[in-house]
Design a protein around this ligand. Structure first.
Ligand code: LMR
Length: 331
Protein backbone atom coordinates (compact mmCIF):
# COMPACT_ATOMS: atom_id res chain seq x y z
CA UNK A 1 0.00 0.00 0.00
CA UNK A 2 1.31 3.46 -0.81
CA UNK A 3 2.49 5.45 2.20
CA UNK A 4 -0.17 8.15 1.88
CA UNK A 5 -2.97 5.57 1.70
CA UNK A 6 -1.53 3.77 4.69
CA UNK A 7 -1.46 6.99 6.65
CA UNK A 8 -5.13 7.60 5.87
CA UNK A 9 -6.04 4.02 6.82
CA UNK A 10 -4.22 4.22 10.12
CA UNK A 11 -5.88 7.53 10.97
CA UNK A 12 -9.26 5.91 10.33
CA UNK A 13 -8.30 2.88 12.42
CA UNK A 14 -7.26 5.09 15.30
CA UNK A 15 -10.61 6.87 15.17
CA UNK A 16 -12.80 3.78 14.63
CA UNK A 17 -11.16 1.50 17.18
CA UNK A 18 -10.35 4.18 19.70
CA UNK A 19 -6.83 2.77 19.61
CA UNK A 20 -4.80 5.71 20.79
CA UNK A 21 -2.04 6.62 23.19
CA UNK A 22 -4.68 7.26 25.88
CA UNK A 23 -4.87 3.77 27.37
CA UNK A 24 -6.06 3.59 30.93
CA UNK A 25 -5.24 -0.11 31.32
CA UNK A 26 -1.45 0.02 31.10
CA UNK A 27 1.61 2.01 30.15
CA UNK A 28 1.90 3.63 26.74
CA UNK A 29 4.55 1.77 24.75
CA UNK A 30 6.64 3.68 22.21
CA UNK A 31 8.61 1.37 19.94
CA UNK A 32 11.68 3.21 18.61
CA UNK A 33 13.73 1.16 16.12
CA UNK A 34 16.86 2.52 14.48
CA UNK A 35 19.74 1.20 12.39
CA UNK A 36 22.98 2.32 14.06
CA UNK A 37 24.93 0.77 16.92
CA UNK A 38 24.15 1.79 20.53
CA UNK A 39 27.48 3.67 20.85
CA UNK A 40 26.72 6.16 18.04
CA UNK A 41 25.28 9.69 18.38
CA UNK A 42 21.80 8.36 17.55
CA UNK A 43 22.16 5.21 19.66
CA UNK A 44 23.23 7.22 22.72
CA UNK A 45 20.50 9.82 22.24
CA UNK A 46 17.78 7.16 21.91
CA UNK A 47 19.03 5.40 25.04
CA UNK A 48 19.13 8.66 27.01
CA UNK A 49 15.57 9.42 25.91
CA UNK A 50 14.51 5.96 27.10
CA UNK A 51 16.07 6.32 30.55
CA UNK A 52 14.88 9.90 31.11
CA UNK A 53 11.31 8.93 30.19
CA UNK A 54 11.50 5.97 32.60
CA UNK A 55 12.71 8.30 35.38
CA UNK A 56 10.35 11.19 34.77
CA UNK A 57 7.16 9.48 33.65
CA UNK A 58 7.25 6.77 36.29
CA UNK A 59 6.14 3.81 34.21
CA UNK A 60 3.30 5.65 32.46
CA UNK A 61 5.33 5.52 29.22
CA UNK A 62 7.80 2.83 28.19
CA UNK A 63 10.27 3.57 25.38
CA UNK A 64 11.48 0.39 23.69
CA UNK A 65 14.66 1.11 21.71
CA UNK A 66 15.71 -1.42 19.03
CA UNK A 67 19.21 -0.49 17.68
CA UNK A 68 21.32 -1.94 14.83
CA UNK A 69 18.45 -2.68 12.37
CA UNK A 70 17.29 -5.37 14.86
CA UNK A 71 13.61 -4.71 14.19
CA UNK A 72 13.59 -3.26 10.65
CA UNK A 73 15.54 -1.10 8.21
CA UNK A 74 14.91 2.63 7.76
CA UNK A 75 12.83 2.30 4.62
CA UNK A 76 10.43 -0.13 6.29
CA UNK A 77 10.30 2.02 9.42
CA UNK A 78 8.89 4.96 7.43
CA UNK A 79 5.95 2.78 6.39
CA UNK A 80 5.59 1.18 9.82
CA UNK A 81 5.40 4.59 11.50
CA UNK A 82 2.75 5.89 9.13
CA UNK A 83 0.83 2.64 9.65
CA UNK A 84 1.02 2.86 13.46
CA UNK A 85 3.08 -0.32 13.95
CA UNK A 86 5.86 1.64 15.66
CA UNK A 87 5.68 5.03 17.33
CA UNK A 88 9.02 6.84 16.90
CA UNK A 89 11.90 6.86 14.43
CA UNK A 90 15.07 8.90 13.81
CA UNK A 91 15.78 8.19 10.15
CA UNK A 92 18.52 10.02 8.28
CA UNK A 93 17.22 13.20 6.58
CA UNK A 94 18.40 11.84 3.22
CA UNK A 95 15.88 9.01 3.38
CA UNK A 96 12.78 11.24 3.29
CA UNK A 97 13.58 11.69 -0.40
CA UNK A 98 10.63 9.55 -1.55
CA UNK A 99 8.19 11.69 0.49
CA UNK A 100 9.41 15.22 -0.10
CA UNK A 101 12.29 16.85 -1.95
CA UNK A 102 12.62 19.59 0.68
CA UNK A 103 14.89 17.56 2.98
CA UNK A 104 17.30 17.12 0.09
CA UNK A 105 18.71 20.50 1.07
CA UNK A 106 20.67 18.66 3.76
CA UNK A 107 22.35 16.46 1.11
CA UNK A 108 23.70 19.25 -1.10
CA UNK A 109 27.49 18.73 -1.11
CA UNK A 110 29.58 21.34 0.72
CA UNK A 111 26.50 23.43 1.57
CA UNK A 112 27.15 23.40 5.32
CA UNK A 113 30.60 24.36 6.54
CA UNK A 114 30.15 22.71 9.92
CA UNK A 115 27.58 21.49 12.46
CA UNK A 116 27.05 24.99 13.86
CA UNK A 117 25.88 26.15 10.44
CA UNK A 118 23.52 23.17 10.22
CA UNK A 119 22.16 23.96 13.66
CA UNK A 120 21.52 27.62 12.79
CA UNK A 121 19.62 26.55 9.68
CA UNK A 122 17.58 23.95 11.58
CA UNK A 123 16.60 26.60 14.14
CA UNK A 124 15.64 29.15 11.44
CA UNK A 125 11.97 29.68 10.45
CA UNK A 126 12.62 27.69 7.24
CA UNK A 127 14.24 24.82 9.15
CA UNK A 128 11.43 24.70 11.71
CA UNK A 129 8.74 24.74 9.01
CA UNK A 130 10.24 21.56 7.56
CA UNK A 131 9.36 19.65 10.76
CA UNK A 132 5.65 19.60 9.94
CA UNK A 133 6.01 19.46 6.15
CA UNK A 134 5.07 15.75 5.98
CA UNK A 135 2.19 15.72 8.51
CA UNK A 136 -0.32 14.91 5.78
CA UNK A 137 1.76 11.81 4.98
CA UNK A 138 1.58 10.51 8.57
CA UNK A 139 5.00 11.84 9.67
CA UNK A 140 5.55 14.68 12.15
CA UNK A 141 9.11 15.82 12.89
CA UNK A 142 9.79 16.75 16.53
CA UNK A 143 13.55 17.37 16.63
CA UNK A 144 16.72 17.30 14.58
CA UNK A 145 19.60 15.16 15.86
CA UNK A 146 23.13 15.39 14.46
CA UNK A 147 25.37 12.57 13.49
CA UNK A 148 28.15 14.52 11.76
CA UNK A 149 30.00 15.24 8.52
CA UNK A 150 30.60 12.48 5.96
CA UNK A 151 33.92 11.08 4.72
CA UNK A 152 34.68 8.81 1.77
CA UNK A 153 36.07 5.29 2.15
CA UNK A 154 37.36 3.07 -0.62
CA UNK A 155 40.07 0.85 -2.08
CA UNK A 156 42.30 3.82 -2.98
CA UNK A 157 43.16 7.17 -1.36
CA UNK A 158 40.66 9.62 -2.88
CA UNK A 159 42.80 12.73 -3.00
CA UNK A 160 40.95 14.02 -6.05
CA UNK A 161 37.57 13.30 -7.68
CA UNK A 162 39.50 11.52 -10.45
CA UNK A 163 40.37 8.79 -7.94
CA UNK A 164 36.65 8.02 -7.56
CA UNK A 165 36.11 7.34 -11.28
CA UNK A 166 34.54 3.98 -11.98
CA UNK A 167 34.14 3.00 -8.31
CA UNK A 168 30.82 1.57 -7.11
CA UNK A 169 29.65 3.67 -4.15
CA UNK A 170 27.03 2.64 -1.63
CA UNK A 171 24.78 5.62 -0.91
CA UNK A 172 21.65 6.27 1.15
CA UNK A 173 18.28 6.40 -0.61
CA UNK A 174 18.65 9.95 -1.97
CA UNK A 175 18.62 11.28 -5.53
CA UNK A 176 20.94 14.15 -4.56
CA UNK A 177 23.53 11.69 -3.27
CA UNK A 178 23.09 9.67 -6.46
CA UNK A 179 23.83 12.76 -8.56
CA UNK A 180 26.77 13.69 -6.33
CA UNK A 181 28.43 10.34 -7.07
CA UNK A 182 27.68 10.64 -10.80
CA UNK A 183 29.39 14.06 -10.80
CA UNK A 184 32.63 12.49 -9.56
CA UNK A 185 32.45 9.70 -12.11
CA UNK A 186 31.38 6.98 -9.67
CA UNK A 187 28.61 4.44 -9.90
CA UNK A 188 26.04 5.01 -7.12
CA UNK A 189 24.14 2.10 -5.52
CA UNK A 190 21.32 2.84 -3.08
CA UNK A 191 21.44 0.34 -0.25
CA UNK A 192 20.13 -0.12 3.32
CA UNK A 193 22.66 0.61 6.06
CA UNK A 194 22.52 -2.91 7.49
CA UNK A 195 23.79 -4.37 4.20
CA UNK A 196 26.82 -2.11 3.73
CA UNK A 197 29.48 -4.04 5.66
CA UNK A 198 28.85 -7.23 3.73
CA UNK A 199 28.63 -5.40 0.41
CA UNK A 200 32.07 -3.87 1.04
CA UNK A 201 33.49 -7.17 2.24
CA UNK A 202 32.29 -9.14 -0.78
CA UNK A 203 33.14 -6.40 -3.27
CA UNK A 204 29.49 -5.84 -4.26
CA UNK A 205 30.45 -2.17 -3.76
CA UNK A 206 33.93 -0.62 -3.64
CA UNK A 207 33.34 2.55 -1.71
CA UNK A 208 30.97 4.41 0.62
CA UNK A 209 30.41 7.72 2.38
CA UNK A 210 29.54 8.02 6.06
CA UNK A 211 30.48 9.65 9.35
CA UNK A 212 33.44 8.60 11.51
CA UNK A 213 31.12 7.19 14.17
CA UNK A 214 29.21 5.01 11.68
CA UNK A 215 32.41 3.93 9.89
CA UNK A 216 33.90 2.93 13.24
CA UNK A 217 30.89 1.33 14.96
CA UNK A 218 29.81 -0.63 11.88
CA UNK A 219 33.42 -1.66 11.21
CA UNK A 220 33.48 -0.34 7.62
CA UNK A 221 37.12 0.63 8.25
CA UNK A 222 38.03 -3.06 8.48
CA UNK A 223 37.01 -3.55 4.85
CA UNK A 224 38.13 -0.15 3.47
CA UNK A 225 41.89 0.36 3.25
CA UNK A 226 41.59 4.15 2.79
CA UNK A 227 39.32 6.74 4.39
CA UNK A 228 39.55 10.21 2.91
CA UNK A 229 38.60 13.13 5.14
CA UNK A 230 36.46 15.32 2.89
CA UNK A 231 33.68 16.51 5.27
CA UNK A 232 31.70 16.96 2.04
CA UNK A 233 28.19 16.51 3.40
CA UNK A 234 26.01 16.36 6.48
CA UNK A 235 24.33 13.32 8.03
CA UNK A 236 21.60 14.05 10.56
CA UNK A 237 18.23 12.72 11.67
CA UNK A 238 14.63 13.76 12.06
CA UNK A 239 13.04 12.39 15.23
CA UNK A 240 9.60 11.62 13.85
CA UNK A 241 6.24 10.42 15.18
CA UNK A 242 2.85 9.66 13.70
CA UNK A 243 0.79 12.85 14.18
CA UNK A 244 -2.42 10.87 14.91
CA UNK A 245 -0.69 8.89 17.64
CA UNK A 246 1.05 11.95 19.05
CA UNK A 247 -2.17 13.97 19.14
CA UNK A 248 -3.96 11.11 20.92
CA UNK A 249 -1.60 11.15 23.93
CA UNK A 250 -2.86 12.70 27.17
CA UNK A 251 -1.68 16.30 27.11
CA UNK A 252 0.45 16.15 30.28
CA UNK A 253 2.31 13.11 28.92
CA UNK A 254 2.81 14.61 25.47
CA UNK A 255 4.16 17.85 26.89
CA UNK A 256 6.55 16.01 29.23
CA UNK A 257 7.78 13.80 26.37
CA UNK A 258 8.42 16.93 24.30
CA UNK A 259 10.29 18.57 27.18
CA UNK A 260 12.46 15.48 27.66
CA UNK A 261 13.11 15.24 23.93
CA UNK A 262 14.24 18.88 23.83
CA UNK A 263 16.68 18.22 26.69
CA UNK A 264 17.99 15.06 25.01
CA UNK A 265 18.41 16.94 21.73
CA UNK A 266 20.57 19.63 23.33
CA UNK A 267 22.71 16.97 25.04
CA UNK A 268 22.95 14.75 21.96
CA UNK A 269 23.88 17.57 19.60
CA UNK A 270 26.68 18.61 21.95
CA UNK A 271 27.98 15.02 22.10
CA UNK A 272 27.95 14.18 18.41
CA UNK A 273 31.23 15.85 17.42
CA UNK A 274 32.95 14.18 20.37
CA UNK A 275 31.65 10.72 19.45
CA UNK A 276 32.77 11.17 15.84
CA UNK A 277 36.20 12.34 17.00
CA UNK A 278 36.52 9.23 19.16
CA UNK A 279 35.56 7.04 16.20
CA UNK A 280 38.25 8.68 14.07
CA UNK A 281 40.86 8.22 16.82
CA UNK A 282 39.99 4.55 17.27
CA UNK A 283 40.22 3.91 13.53
CA UNK A 284 43.66 5.56 13.48
CA UNK A 285 44.77 3.53 16.50
CA UNK A 286 43.57 0.28 14.89
CA UNK A 287 45.92 0.73 11.94
CA UNK A 288 43.39 -1.19 9.83
CA UNK A 289 42.71 1.73 7.54
CA UNK A 290 44.68 4.79 6.49
CA UNK A 291 43.13 8.21 7.08
CA UNK A 292 43.93 10.53 4.17
CA UNK A 293 43.88 14.24 5.03
CA UNK A 294 43.40 16.81 2.26
CA UNK A 295 44.76 20.32 1.75
CA UNK A 296 42.62 23.37 1.02
CA UNK A 297 43.20 23.20 -2.75
CA UNK A 298 42.32 19.52 -2.87
CA UNK A 299 39.05 20.20 -1.01
CA UNK A 300 38.33 23.08 -3.41
CA UNK A 301 38.53 20.68 -6.35
CA UNK A 302 36.02 18.29 -4.71
CA UNK A 303 33.73 21.25 -4.02
CA UNK A 304 33.90 22.54 -7.59
CA UNK A 305 33.36 19.07 -9.09
CA UNK A 306 30.26 18.44 -7.01
CA UNK A 307 28.79 21.93 -7.31
CA UNK A 308 26.61 21.21 -10.42
CA UNK A 309 24.45 19.03 -8.14
CA UNK A 310 23.02 22.23 -6.60
CA UNK A 311 21.54 23.62 -9.79
CA UNK A 312 20.05 20.24 -10.74
CA UNK A 313 17.99 20.15 -7.53
CA UNK A 314 17.40 23.85 -6.94
CA UNK A 315 13.89 23.80 -8.35
CA UNK A 316 12.84 20.68 -6.38
CA UNK A 317 14.26 21.87 -3.08
CA UNK A 318 13.36 25.55 -3.51
CA UNK A 319 15.82 28.42 -3.80
CA UNK A 320 14.45 30.07 -0.62
CA UNK A 321 15.39 26.97 1.40
CA UNK A 322 18.87 26.83 -0.12
CA UNK A 323 19.23 30.58 0.50
CA UNK A 324 18.27 30.16 4.17
CA UNK A 325 20.86 27.39 4.51
CA UNK A 326 23.51 29.61 2.91
CA UNK A 327 22.67 32.46 5.30
CA UNK A 328 23.41 30.08 8.20
CA UNK A 329 27.10 29.85 7.29
CA UNK A 330 29.66 31.65 9.43
CA UNK A 331 30.61 35.12 8.08
C1 LMR B 1 23.11 5.36 6.48
O1 LMR B 1 22.23 4.68 5.93
O2 LMR B 1 24.28 5.38 6.12
C2 LMR B 1 22.72 6.20 7.69
O3 LMR B 1 21.44 6.70 7.49
C3 LMR B 1 22.78 5.38 8.92
C4 LMR B 1 22.39 6.20 10.12
O4 LMR B 1 21.25 6.10 10.55
O5 LMR B 1 23.24 6.96 10.57
Amino acid sequence: MKLLNKAIVVTLLLVVTGCSGDKSDGPIVIKFPHVTAPATPKGKAAERFRTMVAERLGGRVIIEVYPSSQLMNDDDSLDALAFGEIQMIAVSLSKFDRLTKKFQVFDLPFLFQDLNAVERFQASPEGLTLLSSMSDRGLLGLSYWHNGMKQFGGPVPMRSPDDAKGLKFRIMESDVLQEQILQIGGNPQKMAFGEVYQALQTGAVDAQENTWSNIYSSKFYEVQPYLTETNHGYLGYLVTVNPSFWGSLPEDIRLELETILAEVTTWANEQSALINGEGRDKILASGASEVVELGVEEIDLWRATMRPVWSKFERDIGSELIGAAQRSQPD
